[in-house]
Write a protein that binds this ligand. Structure first.
Ligand SMILES: NC(=O)c1ccc[n+]([C@@H]2O[C@H](COP(=O)([O-])OP(=O)(O)OC[C@H]3O[C@@H](n4cnc5c(N)ncnc54)[C@H](O)[C@@H]3O)[C@@H](O)[C@H]2O)c1
Length: 358
């Protein structure tokens, strides 16, 4: 299957590795900075022959028209995802879109609608759904082992300093990124919403910019979420930890079971206790990962390839990406207005919050 990668920066390494490990033919890559392309090839360890066989573009529409890939993945700055995804979908190309799939609800809803209209597979790159620990929690949930859900919590306590924000102009801006909730915490937020039944009713949120005066958006946020099925949840996400990344926890509490995932990105089972299972256990599962991106890109790519071949929905859909985005935008809106926010959200976008912390 012919594949192309759009955007060759930091996370592109995980995309190119995932493409190669899944046997995709990398026909082309696109980046406005050719040095980023060559640096990526070095990091992945492509031979000169392999690199020479891949066409290089600076304009994704030219790539789409000339190479006609069957699948593309988009690893551009977040504010460019929607435009690029729509250009691909309109040409009947299947797409993996890095998170967040867009920075506004109108764009996200349009992507979901266009995927149906053009009959292409669109997957949001929430690869942590494939973490072994997350899969264990999900399996127990689907088997009904938690019973009735009471409450849940996610905490993303990471660290990003000035060097990170200086590494690219778009980071921490309202037009192209958002802050710690939209960028770093959105995987945890996706997991929380997915585990709590998906249908979110009300969000009470706060956000602050505490220690990063040189970015526009928040470096920490917190919220209380009320779900349609009665489950309540809290989320806390920030990049203000002194020293290295501390943890990403996800706890789910039901009438007949409880699980707590941990590690730096919800990749260990810290605690589990279920009815009829014997003693509670700790550290049931520890998945080794090189960084907080985890191992999930390979699994997510594998699933999308199978979805195309089998003509079924991908495991992580565009609607899932839309829902994660909606949750973050609802926290922003609540933080701005000081009021609870009722979902679904329409027409809210990150640029509505320009100046919030000035
Ligand atoms: N799933 C994950 O765990 C994960 C991890 C990191 C980043 N991300 C997401 O991936 C995306 C990229 O993040 P990154 O850290 O790799 O950023 P980055 O800045 O390192 O890479 C972005 C690349 O896009 C290129 N680019 C910018 N504008 C372009 C244009 N108009 N046309 C073509 N190329 C263009 C840049 O030159 C750069 O090489 C973001 O949306 C981010 O949220 C996801």
């Amino acid at each position: 299957m012919n594949y192309a990668l759009i955007g060759c920066g930091r996370v592109a390494y995980n995309h190119l590795k995932a493409a190669k490990e899944n046997g995709l033919t990398v026909c082309a890559v696109c980046d406005i900075d050719p040095d980023h392309i060559f640096d990526l090839y070095n990091r992945v360890g492509l031979s000169p022959e392999e690199a020479g066989a891949i066409a290089r573009y600076a304009d994704w529409n030219r790539l789409f028209d000339h190479e006609k890939p069957e699948l593309v993945s988009i690893a551009l700055p977040s504010g460019l995802h929607a435009a690029c995804a729509k250009d691909a979908i309109r040409r009947g190309i299947n797409v993996i879109i890095e998170k967040p799939i867009a920075l506004g609800m109108a764009d996200a809803d349009e992507i979901v609608r266009m995927a149906e209209e053009y009959r292409v597979k669109v997957s949001a790159c929430h690869q942590n759904r494939f973490n072994l620990a997350v899969q264990e929690m999900r399996k127990a949930l689907e088997q009904g082992r938690f019973g009735a859900l009471s409450n849940a919590a996610v905490t993303v306590r990471w660290s990003r300093g000035k060097d990170y924000y200086d590494s690219a102009d778009w980071r921490g801006t309202w037009a192209l990124d958002g802050g710690a909730l939209m960028n770093q915490s959105i995987h945890g937020i996706d997991l929380l919403r997915w585990m709590c039944g998906g249908e979110l009713k009300t969000v009470y949120g706060v956000a602050r910019r505490q220690f990063h005066p040189y970015i526009e958006a928040e470096d920490v946020g917190a919220a209380v979420l009320a779900f349609a099925n009665g489950c309540v949840a809290t989320l806390e996400g920030g990049v203000n930890v002194f020293g290295p990344n501390l943890e990403e926890h996800l706890t789910l509490i039901g009438s007949s079971g409880v699980m707590k995932l941990g590690g730096t990105s919800a990749n260990t089972v810290e605690y589990r206790c279920f009815e009829n299972e014997g003693a509670a256990s700790e550290n049931g599962l520890v998945e080794q990962t090189a960084n907080v991106y985890g191992n999930g890109h390979v699994s997510l790519f594998r699933d999308v390839i199978a979805a195309i071949e089998e003509d079924r929905a991908p495991y992580v859909t565009a609607k899932d990406g839309r829902d994660a985005l909606e949750t973050v935008l609802a926290v922003y809106l609540s933080a701005k207005t000081g009021q609870p926010v009722m979902l679904p959200l329409k027409d809210v976008k990150t640029t509505d919050f320009e100046g919030l912390f000035d």
